[in-house]
Design a protein around this ligand. Structure first.
Ligand code: 8X3
Length: 224
């Protein structure tokens, strides 16, 4: 089951997955910022599926990288609405389907930015600290339902992340990943896959992953 705002993109990914692997892909197109749309999408899904084994909460973004006094308040709203509220809406909506699984697992994608704040990262970092706290809270509160809850916290990974953060400024986006070897989306996907394929009784609580050039959220060695 793949979800996102852009139906056309989902259709392309569905085609690619279905032609590579023998499986059926369901696409759900909605904006996770919209509580009603999120709950309606899951209701629609319930007509086709009676359980979800793994929920991967990957929707999230950074918008802008400016000092607290300079930053755009609309950017803050969007980040909080997607990274925190969106994650809460979809998790709550999906819970009945997760409870229908024999091995339910929630994976929240956090960030190194949820471990240490970096300069000009302010509210993006705050949303990822919130993901860290929500993950810990979920793990306690959902333990009685035997739902595994894992946080995967990537450092810099070369994706559309920086292009979105810098609002289409390709040069600035490229600068984020120049002078060192960043992670790739594939590295993160493999790590998530690892977390989901461990024995039933084994739960990775919190996994922080960076490239070899990165030590923490603000220290990247660009000398190589
Ligand atoms: C990871 C990206 O900008 O915090 O979320 O390094 S960043």
């Amino acid at each position: 089951i793949i979800t996102g705002r852009r139906a056309e993109r989902l259709k392309e990914v569905k085609k690619e997955i279905e032609s590579t692997y023998s499986c059926k892909v369901i696409t759900l197109s909605f904006d996770i910022q919209n509580k009603t749309a999120t709950f309606e999408a899951i209701e629609k899904l319930q007509q086709q599926k009676d359980c979800i084994d793994v929920l991967i909460n990957n929707a999230g973004l950074a918008l802008g990288k400016a000092a607290f006094d300079q930053a755009d308040i609309e950017d803050w709203d969007t980040m909080i609405q997607t990274n925190v509220n969106g994650l809460l809406y979809i998790s709550k909506a999906a819970l009945p389907l997760l409870k229908g699984s024999e091995a339910p697992h929630i994976i929240n994608i956090g960030s190194t930015a949820g471990k240490e704040v970096y300069e000009n990262g302010n509210i993006y970092c705050a949303t990822k600290f919130a993901v860290d706290a929500i993950t810990k809270a979920m793990r306690m509160d959902l333990l009685k339902h035997r739902i595994k809850v894992t946080a995967v916290n990537p450092g810099a990974a070369e994706t559309e992340f920086s292009l979105v953060r810098f609002k289409g400024d390709g040069q600035k986006a490229d600068e984020s990943y120049s002078g060192y070897v960043p992670l790739t989306a594939g590295d993160i996907a493999n790590t998530i896959y690892y977390c989901t394929t461990l024995p039933r009784e084994v739960c990775i609580n919190d996994l922080t992953i960076t490239s070899l050039s990165q030590a923490n959220s603000y220290y990247i060695n660009k000398s190589k």
